[in-house]
Design a protein around this ligand. Structure first.
Ligand code: ADP
Length: 484
């Protein structure tokens, strides 16, 4: 018997008995205290707790019954009681056992008798200790699970077979716009008809009905709702509902789908035109008119080149999104970059009889950027300012700087746009369709690309325009703060 750390209180009014028991138990390694009557015992127990109490039943004053009562009331199973009684009081000893004492020992007894009973009591005490530890652990595990469930970003609801929610974490309350209360109904929980229908199926479907995942809109949010049968020993006892906010993924998917269908549409029309020209040539109807064939081939070439431009732009956008465009960030003088670009576009401007001007003061226009990105932004704007201009018009690029930012205004005196035409200007493939733009080729990807590139620099682009008067694009680009 291992008695290490076990404490015993021996309560007996007979000194010989008391001391005898003390000796035997001490030898076995118990920590032993003695009390000579009930009052003394209660005093001692108020001061310290004992694992075991050996209680003499018949004592003057407060007797063994009362002491046992006190122990059960104050310490419950924390102190195991063994009643010590004379043969004449065995019945009473049995009685007190039924009121909470663990066992009894009949006087006179040998040390071996004592140890046998005490050993059983010690085992009982150990069992109780183990159960207490287990319960404490279980309780703290429950608390932990509860905390985990409550801190989750997913909403969790558990519904029992009576169709009552029995658990709902705060996130689920938020998604469902409700407050959990014991005994609330599914309707009060705010589930949609769709979810209720699936839940019902999971309740009734004994065989296969596994997990079901569905999506549904809750105001501006797209929620993914996952319903799983809650099983205990293979039997259905309820349904576990998980809810996740998938708004971002959903929006991205929608953008992607929209983009793919636009790409398909944009690729179709030039290809269809080219195939059409080839088919006409193949009929042989213009075999005798090489000029006509030339003209059609020329048009096919233009459409083919436009298609290639479009594909290149798409490839660039794709690479950029995937982070595969190599960048080399360096301090660059934006005014010098733009002067270069204007020089580069000189040929095209002269062909369209457009005068290009660069207006700037002596401010510092240094930016920290990738040269390729700056070309994408400003070459597109300059090229548009020439393309959508009128013969003899002007394109002016003006640079100014405030404390933090550099403002670049690209102004033309061209065809301009109405408010309505500008509404979707920065969307991929958007092109203004009117008689003035009909002969001008483009992909509709330039401004969308500019916007995406600028986003990467925390830059902004604004537009002002008036039909027949011209257009001004203003780019706000963060400048490198100049040393004071
Ligand atoms: P595109 O390849 O068609 O030029 P962009 O994305 O650069 O594509 O421009 C989108 C549309 O915006 C153009 O098709 C055109 O209708 C209009 N636009 C762009 N810049 C100007 C401008 N400076 N003046 C008038 N319209 C413009």
């Amino acid at each position: 018997m291992s008695c290490e750390g076990m404490s015993v209180l021996v309560i007996d009014d007979e000194e010989g008995m008391r001391e005898g028991m003390r000796r035997v138990l001490k030898k076995k390694g118990f920590t032993v205290d003695t009390a000579e009557n009930g009052a003394d015992a209660i005093d001692k127990m108020k001061k310290s707790a004992y694992d075991l109490a050996l209680v003499d039943l018949k004592m003057p004053g407060i007797d063994g019954f009362q002491v046992t009562g006190f122990i059960k009331e104050h310490f419950g199973d924390g102190t195991v009681v063994v009643i010590v009684s004379a043969l004449a009081t065995v019945e009473a000893a049995v009685e007190v056992t039924s009121r909470g004492a663990f066992d009894f020992l009949v006087k006179p007894f040998t040390p071996a008798d004592l140890l046998q009973v005490v050993e059983r009591a010690v085992n009982q005490r150990r069992l109780i200790q183990e159960r207490e530890t287990y319960l404490t652990e279980l309780n703290s595990e429950r608390n932990l699970s509860r905390q985990i469930i409550n801190s989750m970003r997913e909403g969790v609801v558990v519904v029992n077979l009576n169709r009552r929610p029995v658990l709902m974490n705060p996130r689920a309350e938020f998604f469902l716009g409700t407050r959990f209360s014991e005994g609330m109904s599914l309707e009060e929980a705010g589930f949609s008809d769709q979810v209720l229908e699936v839940m019902e199926r999971l309740f009734s479907d004994e065989k296969d009905g596994g997990q079901v995942v569905l999506r549904e809109k809750h105001q501006d949010q797209m929620l993914e709702v996952q319903l799983t049968p809650h099983l205990r020993d293979g039997a259905r006892v309820g349904v576990i509902i998980n809810m996740r906010d998938v708004t971002e993924e959903w929006k991205a998917e929608q953008d992607k789908n929209r983009f793919i269908s636009m790409v398909a549409h944009e690729l179709t029309s030039p290809l269809a035109a080219i195939i059409n020209y080839i088919n006409i040539i193949l009929t042989g109807m213009f075999d005798e008119k090489p000029d006509k064939i030339h003209e059609m081939l020329g048009r096919s070439k233009v459409r083919g080149e436009a298609l290639l431009d479009l594909i290149k732009d798409l490839q660039y956008l794709n690479k950029r999104e995937a982070g595969k465009v190599e960048k080399s960030m360096e301090p660059l003088d934006l005014s010098a970059v733009i002067a270069d670009q204007l020089e580069f576009m000189k040929g095209q401007a002269e062909r369209n009889r457009i005068t290009c001007l660069l207006e700037k003061n002596e401010d510092d226009f240094t930016v920290h950027a990738d040269r390729g990105d700056l070309d994408r932004i400003f070459m597109n704007l300059i090229s548009n300012g020439i393309k959508y201009n009128v013969e003899g018009g002007t394109l002016t690029v003006g640079l100014t700087r405030n404390k933090k930012d550099i403002l670049i205004r690209v102004s033309d005196t061209g065809i301009g746009m109405s408010e309505k035409e500008m509404a979707n200007l920065f969307q991929e493939f958007y092109r203004v369709k009117n008689p003035k733009t009909s002969g001008i080729s483009g992909t509709g990807l330039g401004l969308a690309t500019i916007k995406r590139v600028l986003d990467g620099y925390n830059g902004r682009i604004y537009v002002e325009s008036e039909p027949g008067k011209g257009t001004t694009f203003t780019v706000r680009f963060p400048g490198v703060s100049s040393p004071v």
